[in-house]
Design a protein around this ligand. Structure first.
Ligand code: ACO
Length: 432
């Protein structure tokens, strides 16, 4: 079949034929990669219309509220799989059969323990350091432990690094929080599932074992699954960009954590909870809605809106349901923050500004409420997101090396600075 082409015609009549690339689904792309040879670059701040890579991992259709991991709808995965099924799927393209699952789980569990020397890395931080700051640094420090098996062009090294990251990030996240509290570090337990193990590390203490509640564990698995990947978002693109130079996987994931921490990205669940705590009272909701609409005020309603979902966020619906299940299990249906959130959601969904701009609650609006009900502190919300997203980051990082177009990422710019200046001339002028 003949390849479709687009034609770019300049005012002076010069024209360029540009190939059109079609994916298996989604919008076709105009391939402008050769344009710079003809003396032009393209301009697209924020990548509003630019695809940065080919990928077969995740598909999002923001208009139709669709999210697929390797072709499977997120709703089916959240209902029927656990997080390790999903991380295997993201990495390998297929869900594991029973044998594959058993060997993947035992491989991950084999790497559960952190190197004992990491104790000293944690203890170098101030006690009140944010868990994300600690996590980012500790994940980066792993490259100092595994440098002999970090050849990014070696498939086995990549697989080993992926397993190490999936296995160790829960302990790193949990310990970042335990260090804040001044509590002893809990070690991972191989007899527990991935989510239960994390909750146990977070909440158990030598004097008080953590009681594992299957409903909360299931809810937490869902949080992890829903956050596991989201195609070329800021943090995943960061991981790819850093990785494109051949940087080691621990450095790449640490960079992903840094990007995720921003309040417009993964920091939104923490920011949502902070906002609800600040609003405090239903009588103040309108004041905050008005502030969100006021263009002279930088305030935005946290947990609302999404760059890609210009309609409902499919993950938000799953998390909303989970939110009700968890609060009912814990007898917290009358919790003041939960009631406030439901009221805010209702008012915003009926407000013309939010309706016209199609600003719906995103997954983070509900995940913060679920985590708070489970006893997870605000400061750990983004750390949990990072724990889940590690699966996606590492899948994208790995995919980059499987493709044929591996190039160092190097965006162009429109230079708006000074033209040529002459230093000696300028110095003389200023002396005069
Ligand atoms: N509150 C008030 N107004 C909003 C909000 C909001 N939460 N989100 C978007 N808008 C308005 C914008 O002001 C803009 O108005 P305008 O057209 O009159 O200028 C319009 O809606 C479109 O918004 P953009 O900023 O163009 O959307 P963009 O794609 O750049 O931003 C983002 C998306 C960053 C998520 C934004 O909606 C936002 O800041 N939301 C709050 C933070 C948040 O919840 N982030 C979590 C994202 S989900 C995730 O990371 C898992």
């Amino acid at each position: 079949m003949e390849q479709k082409k687009a034609k770019l015609v300049l005012e002076d009549g010069t024209s360029f034929d540009l190939p059109i690339i079609e994916g298996t689904m989604g919008k076709p792309a105009i391939d402008i990669s050769n344009l710079s040879q003809n003396g032009f670059v393209t301009y697209d701040p924020g990548f509003m219309s630019t695809a940065s890579c080919d990928s077969a991992i995740t598909y999002i259709d923001g208009e139709n509220s669709t999210l697929l991991y390797r072709g499977y709808p997120i709703e089916q995965l959240a209902e029927n799989c656990d997080f390790l099924d999903v991380s295997y799927l993201l990495l390998n393209g297929e869900l594991p059969n029973q044998n594959e699952k058993n060997s993947y789980v035992s491989e991950v569990k084999k790497h559960y323990l952190l190197h004992d020397q990491l104790n000293s890395v944690f203890r170098g931080f101030r006690r009140d350091a944010h868990p994300m700051a600690v996590m980012q640094a500790v994940v980066a420090s792993k490259s100092a432990f595994y440098f002999e098996e970090m050849n990014v062009y070696n498939r086995n090294h990549r697989k080993l690094s992926a397993n190490r990251l999936i296995a160790k990030v829960p302990s790193i996240a949990a310990w970042s929080y335990l260090y804040n509290l001044g509590r002893p570090f809990n070690y991972p337990r191989s007899d527990l599932g991935y989510a239960a193990n994390f909750l146990n590390m977070l909440f158990s203490s030598p004097t008080q074992p953590y009681e594992i509640n299957p409903i909360l564990v299931k809810a937490f698995e869902k949080i992890l699954i829903l956050h596991a990947d989201h195609e070329q978002n800021a943090s995943t693109s960061t991981v790819r960009l850093v990785g494109s130079s051949g940087a080691n996987p621990f450095a790449c994931v640490a960079a992903g954590i840094a990007s995720l921490w921003g309040p417009a990205h993964g920091g939104a669940n923490e920011a949502t909870l902070k906002m609800l705590q600040e609003i405090k009272n239903e009588s103040r909701i309108n004041e905050y809605i008005e502030r969100a609409k006021d263009k002279t005020d930088s305030f935005r309603l946290m947990g609302f809106g999404h760059r890609v979902y210009r309609n409902k966020d499919p993950r938000a619906e799953i998390m909303r349901k989970t939110c009700h299940e968890v609060l009912s299990e814990l007898g917290l249906e009358n919790d003041s923050i939960f009631k406030l959130a439901l009221k805010l959601e209702k008012i915003a969904l009926e407000d013309d500004y939010f309706v016209e701009k199609k600003l719906y609650p995103n997954v983070d609006f509900y995940s913060g409420i679920v985590m708070r009900a489970m006893g997870i502190p605000n400061s750990m919300f983004t750390a949990v997101f990072a724990l889940a997203r590690t699966a996606g980051w590492i899948a994208h990082w790995n995919e980059m090396f499987l493709g044929e177009n591996l190039k160092i990422g190097r965006p162009r710019q429109i230079y708006q600075g000074k033209r040529f200046r002459n230093l000696s001339q300028d110095r003389n002028v200023s002396k005069d």
